[in-house]
Design a protein around this ligand. Structure first.
Ligand SMILES: [Fe+2]
Length: 327
């Protein structure tokens, strides 16, 4: 358990940050801090260190507004656009709404048929917007409305997954690059053909090192994911398929994951360069709305251990957007 005190300008103790690891490898609950107002410098420093160390942080029952979520995200860097091609929440250019469930409970047969448009159970795992040459560095997600059951999000720890590969395989992967594009392995539930065409038309395609070095710590993380990574550039197609399947199966092993059951008001922040995540698909049949809002901190092209950097094959950079004074 880590603790850090934040002090008010008058010197009076205002809050005490408590960081409690959740799993054996990554993920931590953070208490003793309110995210609805600017963070004290000592608190921000402690949060940045906690994020570097634990990779995913959970803050329970915060109940932020769009503006407060945007302001909290800015503590970690300039913000990226809310989404590569979808509109943001009106009046809040950095906030992307994710609404699922609701309406009539889904017919089970229809639901399962739609799910199987994706090729396999691994296909929903992804890091966000890795089809861009500069994917977001951090994501901040908050729950405004949650179903009475289900709706959990799960993250995978791509640092530990990398470290627990054998040395020869790590060194092999260190040298490689891979192509990332939309709709490679994942067609989310409810995505229409026209939405799929829009995603493809956005034309984001990038090459990234298969392993990326995190600039703050020098740690290495796997930087491929089933949803976006189409193939490893330096291998033949069958070699690429088998190596990627091996890596994807390895990195999503239960011991490398943390699963969050959302309560209304919860906030999560994750390092999008060092983790992957998967959205829940267990609540659509309940007919209950799940409403989440996400903000991205802008990222940079990745750097691999062998000195290879991300390159754009097509499409614009997903870089920091103009930063208005208010979110
Ligand atoms: Fe995502």
């Amino acid at each position: 358990m880590d603790r850090a005190s934040g002090r008010s300008p008058a010197g009076k103790s205002r809050e005490q940050l408590v960081v409690t690891p959740i799993t054996g490898h990554f993920g931590a609950d953070v208490s003793g801090v309110r995210l609805d107002s600017p963070l004290a410098p000592a608190t921000l420093t402690a949060l940045r260190l906690a994020l570097r160390h634990h990779r995913v942080l959970f803050f329970r029952r915060q109940a932020l507004t769009h503006r407060q979520q945007t302001r909290f995200a800015r503590h970690f860097g300039p913000l990226a656009p809310a989404h590569p091609w979808q509109n943001p929440v009106p009046g809040h250019p950095f906030v992307h709404g994710l609404v699922t469930g609701g309406g009539q409970p889904k017919n089970d047969e229809e639901h399962h048929r739609a799910r199987w448009r994706s090729p396999d159970y691994l296909s929903g795992w992804h890091a966000d917007v890795t089809a861009a040459v500069d994917p977001p560095s951090f994501g901040i997600l908050r729950a405004e409305k949650v179903p009475s059951r289900g709706g959990d999000t799960t993250w995978a720890d791509l640092v530990t997954a990398y470290e627990q590969l054998s040395g020869p395989l790590r060194r092999f992967l260190d040298e490689l690059t891979a192509e990332h594009r939309y709709l490679v392995g994942y067609v989310p539930f409810g995505v229409t053909d026209s939405a799929a065409r829009t995603a493809t038309a956005a034309g984001l395609v990038a090459h990234h090192p298969v392993v990326r070095v995190l600039p703050e710590s020098g740690m290495r993380a796997l930087f491929v994911n089933p949803a976006f990574t189409s193939h490893i550039n330096e291998l033949s197609p069958p070699e690429s398929r088998r190596i990627l399947d091996l890596v994807f199966t390895h990195m999503t092993r239960p011991e490398f994951t943390v699963r969050h059951h959302w309560d209304t008001g919860d906030v999560a922040i994750w390092d999008n360069r060092a983790t992957a995540h998967i959205a829940p698909e267990d609540h659509e049949h309940l007919g209950e709305t799940r409403r989440m809002y996400r903000v991205f901190v802008a990222g940079s092209p990745a750097l691999g251990p062998a000195g290879r950097t991300s390159t754009a094959v097509s499409g614009a950079r997903y870089q920091a957007a103009d930063q208005p004074p208010d979110g």
